[in-house]
Design a protein around this ligand. Structure first.
Ligand code: BMA
Length: 830
């Protein structure tokens, strides 16, 4: 097989409607060089024809691009040898979105779905020597509106409502954390493929026995072309690359084999064990030469989603069980890491997913308003132990279900399920994001709802289910997120999005425990991005939270469609903190509030993972891990890749051992563990006045039970208000910490902590004399701290490490500080 990527010498231009299409392609005017794969927006930016849409208010000036049609053109050469191959295909791996393709004047393809790849037999059209490809991309907005006029306007949350008619990443239409940028172009490679015979697809659904002592690996290979006299060689390599099994079969007779592995090395999610990956190599050979090959990484794991009764409670659990071990799925929702998709490098994917892993996360939800992610994303999830909750790409809308639409969705689903089904990280397929909620809100679902108004029900409950159950029956199909019970907002069955905090009634974030679900697949609280990002993405005269540009970079809107991000943030700030005096303090305050909210959320949700028979809450996925541009949002990592304080809070709450404290009368204390063994430990409790005088201390022995919560007897200390610290010790070493400062913070004046700070080469050493909360170190760059946003007790010294401090000056701030403190690098004499 030879592959010729058509990735150079392309040109593009806006369609000139005053010319016929043919004349427009023929005319020499207006063309500029184009990158393929790529998009119009990115090319125009690179060539200086538009300004960076992410800077300042520039987004407003580039809307015309999505409202207009575009042409792409390429001349390419085909030589005699390629022409002699039995099969000649042109593969369009992804076209964004409404695209008609002509080769040498003959129409090859009309594509209306960004999530589908096409492989077209071009043998009848290709000529020796020069060939010409013409692509017309029509405006998704114009086409969507035309379909809307034909089929009716539909309810949506976020973006132009015509989006539901177009199979394009829905966040491109604008979201409550993203700009509107209707990208256009061949966003995935275009490749000319010449072959005699080739491997189209390999499916290897691993089945690990209930006793975990062996695995069956049936392998099914889909072939194309002439198989006479050709051989398929299937090799299974262990995680060290050693060949463990091999089978040769004549390709014309057989395309399936079964491997059986005794005592397989088991794959576990992050924090629960290792991620050994076996390799399956498939070779198609004929006449001593390799015609085609494919390689898959396989993980040996037994995965189930258990829904069973909960002792003394209503409804049923929703627990991921891996290798017979129930786990608390702690993680995050993922949105595309950029709006310009082609810009996301493999390394960027690695950095972002590594951040998730380093925060002790074990699950990522690929949210339905984005894209089915790049292959590298899932490879990394396999490698890093991040389970994937995979939505189908429908979000916050009343989608249509007319026959052409369903046909397109079926093609998309089949394509994507085939592509992703072999990944060990793939844990669940999910029909959509919040479409059952919007249906319930318009009276088409839920108690008293008229389901005849819910057209897309046939997609979520029939079409997608059928595709998954046919192509990937090993993975659970779940119709929506959220879904379960008769009321989609119910708390006792299935998964739930908890937005009573932030949205809806704007309940205090201290109340997450009142809004739990069996699996909380969304919840979050907004904050500003890093100061560095604000300064990089706005002109200096706009560096204040009330500026037009700042508001433009806060996309949250209320039910009336008007911006409401700053307003809601102001309420949470006013309830908890004293006011900010400058932008830097504003950033800190909003980020502190977000971090505190996440402490309550993860801690209280995990607390309800109580043990066998009582997995009352089995998952917590924060909305959202990442951002796609510079914005105030719910993200815990901003688009400069800088982790916010909430990131470190989540890391602590999701650690293998975490300590929970709640002051409800006495101090309630518990430990959550994800270890599989019991552990003898000690817990040291200390209480101080706000001025830092120690009032009580207690040291207790505790046997921590595995994979669940262990409660300790409550601690009663008389004086109030007090600051409490808890340290969990194993053989004298602190393995987890927790603290409780009196709330609301705004009522209390905290003593000056009298910090002593040393900036060493790759670490910062800090000693406090008084209790200090929320101590935050900011280098204005992405810095991979082992810990940050910490609380210290009087006399305590902590060393925070980061491999990439590089002698950077940093600023330090804590709750109640009058101003930020600058810490310069210094060499400390030994
Ligand atoms: C969730 C998501 C998104 C949205 C977020 C914040 O429910 O599914 O649609 O961005 O809320 O409002």
């Amino acid at each position: 097989m030879t592959e010729l990527p058509l990735d150079t010498a392309w040109k593009l231009k806006p369609r000139n409607p005053s010319l016929s299409l043919q004349d427009d392609f023929r005319s020499l005017d207006g063309w500029t060089p184009a990158t393929v794969p790529g998009t119009v927006q990115w090319d125009l930016q690179k060539t200086g024809k538009i300004e960076d849409p992410f800077y300042g208010l520039n987004e407003r000036n580039v809307q015309w691009i999505g409202e207009q049609d575009w042409l792409y053109s390429l001349n390419f050469q085909v030589d005699e040898q390629d022409l002699q191959a039995q099969h000649l295909h042109l593969d369009f791996q992804g076209l964004d979105t409404l695209c008609t393709v002509w080769l040498n004047g003959k129409q090859l393809l009309q594509s209306e779905n960004m999530f589908v790849g096409h492989s077209v037999n071009v043998r009848p059209f290709v000529e020796k020597g020069q060939n010409t490809l013409h692509l017309l991309f029509e405006s998704p907005l114009k086409k969507g509106k035309a379909l809307e006029a034909q089929h009716g306007k539909r309810a949506v949350w976020n973006g132009n409502p015509s989006r539901v008619y177009i199979r394009k990443a829905q966040y491109h239409y604008g979201w409550d954390w993203g700009p509107t940028l209707l990208t256009t172009g061949p966003w995935q490679p275009i490749v000319l493929r010449a072959f005699e015979a080739c491997i189209e697809d390999v499916h290897a659904p691993v089945e690990v026995s209930p006793a975990l002592d062996h695995a069956l690996i049936p392998v099914q290979v889909t072939l194309q072309g002439n198989m006479e006299g050709q051989t398929l060689r299937l090799s299974l390599l262990d995680p060290d690359g050693q060949l463990v099994q091999q089978q040769d079969v004549p390709a014309a007779l057989k395309n399936a084999v079964l491997f059986k592995l005794e005592n397989p090395q088991l794959w576990y999610p992050n924090g629960h064990g290792a991620q050994p990956l076996y390799t399956l190599q498939v070779l198609l050979t004929g006449e001593e030469k390799i015609l085609s090959q494919k390689e898959l990484n396989l993980g040996m794991r037994r995965l189930r989603v258990v829904q069973e009764a909960i002792l003394g409670e209503e409804g049923s659990s929703f627990t991921f069980e891996i290798n017979n071990q129930p786990i608390f799925a702690g993680g995050a929702n993922w949105i595309p890491d950029d709006l310009i998709l082609g810009r996301i490098s493999d390394d960027q994917y690695r950095r972002r997913l590594t951040q998730a892993k380093d925060a002790n996360m074990n699950m990522i939800r690929v949210w339905g308003g984005g894209i089915y992610e790049a292959d590298v994303f899932y490879d990394l999830c396999d490698e890093l132990g991040l389970l994937v909750w995979q939505d189908f790409m429908f979000g916050c809308g009343m989608y249509p279900a007319h026959p052409e639409f369903q046909a397109s969705v079926r093609q998309e689903a089949e394509h994507q399920v085939r592509r992703l089904r072999n990944h060990p990280s793939l844990a669940l397929w999910c029909g959509n994001n919040e479409d059952y909620q919007i249906a319930q809100s318009v009276g088409a679902y839920g108690p008293g709802g008229d389901e005849s108004q819910f057209d897309a029900l046939v997609i979520y409950e029939k079409l997608l289910r059928e595709v998954c159950e046919t192509l990937n029956p090993q993975t659970l199909y779940w119709p929506g997120s959220p879904f379960g019970g008769t009321d989609v907002y119910g708390k006792t069955v299935g998964d739930r999005h908890t937005w009573e905090i932030w949205h809806g009634p704007m309940a205090p974030y201290q109340e997450y425990k009142n809004y739990e679900g069996r699996f909380v697949s969304e919840f979050g609280l907004m904050s500003a991005p890093s100061l560095a990002l604000i300064q990089q993405s706005m002109p200096e005269n706009e560096w204040y939270p009330e500026s037009e540009t700042f508001v433009h970079h806060t996309k949250a809107t209320g039910p009336n469609g008007k911006p409401d991000g700053a307003r809601r943030l102001a309420v949470y700030q006013a309830e908890n903190l004293r006011g900010h005096r400058n932008l830097e303090e504003y950033v800190y305050n909003t980020q502190l509030i977000q971090a505190e909210a996440m402490r309550y959320a993860y801690r209280d949700f995990r607390r309800r993972f109580e043990g066998p028979g009582k997995y009352a809450v089995s998952g917590a996925l924060v909305w959202q891990l990442n951002d796609c541009w510079p914005v105030s949002s719910w993200a815990i990592i901003d688009s400069l890749e800088i982790a916010k304080p909430a990131y470190y809070t989540i890391k602590r709450e999701m650690a293998p051992f975490s300590v929970g404290l709640h002051l409800e009368g006495p101090l309630h204390i518990w430990i959550s563990s994800s270890h599989t063994q019991s552990q003898q430990a000690q817990i040291r409790l200390t209480a101080y006045t706000l001025q830092g005088e120690k009032t009580s201390e207690d040291l207790r022995d505790v046997l921590i039970l595995p994979g669940r919560r262990t409660d300790l007897a409550p601690w009663t200390v008389q004086e109030t208000p007090l600051v409490y610290f808890a340290e969990l010790l194993i053989e004298g070493q602190i393995v987890a910490r927790s603290s409780h400062f009196p709330e609301p913070y705004k009522y209390h004046t905290f003593a000056d902590p009298e910090l002593v700070v040393e900036h060493l080469e790759n670490s910062i050493k800090i000693t406090a004399q008084k209790p200090v909360k929320g101590l935050w170190l900011d280098t204005r760059h992405k810095t991979d701290w082992n810990d940050n946003f910490i609380d210290l007790q009087p006399g305590e010294t902590r060393i925070l490490e980061a491999p990439n401090l590089q002698g950077r000056t940093l600023t330090l701030r804590y709750l109640g500080a009058d101003s930020a403190i600058e810490v310069k690098p210094q060499v400390v004499q030994a």
